[in-house]
Design a protein around this ligand. Structure first.
Ligand code: SPV
Ligand code: MG
Length: 290
C-alpha cells in the first residue's frame, strides 16, 4: 500500500491526522519517534534553515533535495509545501512529477502569485491568482499524479490577503470542484475565530486542512468538534523549537565562558549516535570489512 493510501486511511480511521513540519532528516526522525502521522516539508522552515525569508528564494531543487533526504530517513508520509507551484500550470505539471518521484504523498499548492511572500508576516504583500487560473493549476496537478491516492491539497490565502470569508469559501469551493482532494484554509488572525467560522460555513464536498501557527489555542478536541477538518499541520514548530534550544545553549556558553554547565542540559553524544544509526553501521563493519 502506498504511503498516500496509508495517509488517507489514517484520516478516515482517526478523523484527524497530526502533521509535523520537518526541515531536515534529523527533525523528521524526531517527529516520527514522537508519534506524528506525517511530515510537512515546509517552505518556511527550509527558508529559515538557510537564514532566508520565505519568499520563493529557495529553489525547487533545494526543496526536493531536502525532501529526498527526509524520505530516505523516515517512513512517514510527506506532504510537500510547493508554495504557488513554481510558476504557472505547466510548472505545476513538472513539479508534481518531481515531487511524487522524490517520495512525497501529497502536495499543498497555494493560490498566490509567484514569487510569494510568507503568509504570517505583518504587512506582507499578498497577491492572489484569478480563480480560473488557479483551477487550471489544480487540474494540472490532478491530471499529472501517478498514484490516484496522492493528495492534491488546494490552499486558499484569501483570508491572509484580507478578503472576506465569502471569497475564501467561493475559492475553496471552486478548487474542490476541479478535483482538489482537500482545501487548506490559512489564517493569520491571532485567535481561531476566522477558522472556526470558515469551518462552520464550509459546505464543500472535501475536508479541510488547517495550520494553527497564528492561533495556537485551537487544539485537537476543538478541531475535531468542528467536524470537517481532517488534517492539522504544525507549520513552524520544528524550526522554532530548534532556534529556542540553540539560542539558550549558545548564549549560556558565551556567558559561562565554556561548556562546563550546558553539557548537562543537552542530549549526550550517544543519543546523537543513536539518531544517526551508528549501531547498524558498527554491525555492518563487523560483517563486511575484511
Ligand atoms: C510553511 O510552513 O511553509 C507554511 C505555513 O506554508 S506558514 O508559514 O504559516 O504560511
Ligand atoms: Mg509554506
Amino acid at each position: 500500500m502506498s504511503k498516500a493510501k496509508q495517509l488517507r486511511e489514517r484520516m478516515a480511521e482517526r478523523g484527524l491526522v497530526h502533521i509535523m513540519a520537518a526541515h531536515s532528516p534529523l527533525s523528521a526522525i524526531l517527529a516520527e519517534e514522537a508519534g506524528f502521522d506525517g511530515l510537512w516539508a515546509s517552505g518556511f522552515e527550509l527558508s529559515a534553515l538557510f537564514g532566508l525569508p520565505d519568499m520563493s528564494l529557495i529553489s525547487m531543487t533545494q526543496h526536493l533535495d531536502m525532501l529526498r533526504a527526509v524520505a530516505g530517513r523516515s517512513s512517514l508520509p510527506i506532504i510537500a509545501d510547493i508554495d504557488s507551484g513554481y510558476g504557472n500550470a505547466i510548472n505545476v505539471v513538472h513539479a508534481i512529477r518531481e515531487y511524487e518521484h522524490a517520495g512525497s504523498s501529497a502536495v499543498v499548492i497555494e493560490d498566490k502569485t509567484f514569487p510569494k511572500v510568507t503568509s504570517l508576516a505583518a504587512g506582507g504583500r499578498q497577491e492572489l491568482l484569478r480563480v480560473e487560473e488557479f483551477q487550471g493549476k489544480i487540474e494540472a496537478a490532478v491530471a499529472t499524479r501517478h498514484d490516484p491516492d496522492f493528495l492534491v491539497i488546494a490552499r486558499t490565502e484569501a483570508l491572509i490577503a484580507g478578503l472576506s470569508e465569502d471569497e475564501a469559501l467561493r475559492r475553496g469551493m471552486a478548487y474542490a470542484e476541479v478535483g482538489a482532494d482537500m482545501v487548506l484554509i490559512h489564517s493569520k488572525k491571532k485567535d481561531p475565530s476566522e477558522i472556526e467560522s470558515f469551518s462552520r460555513a464550509w459546505k464543500g464536498s472535501v475536508p479541510l486542512v488547517i495550520v494553527p501557527n497564528a492561533y495556537p489555542e485551537l487544539e485537537a478536541a476543538r478541531i475535531k468538534a468542528l467536524g470537517n477538518i481532517r488534517m492539522v499541520i504544525y507549520g513552524n514548530y520544528g524550526i522554532r523549537a530548534a532556534a529556542t534550544a540553540m539560542q539558550e545553549t549558545f548564549s549560556r556558553i558565551v556567558a559561562d565562558g565554556g561548556v562546563q554547565n550546558v553539557y548537562k542540559d543537552i542530549v549526550p553524544v550517544e543519543e546523537v549516535f543513536r539518531l544517526q544509526g551508528m549501531e547498524k553501521t558498527k554491525q555492518d563493519e563487523k560483517r563486511f570489512l575484511r
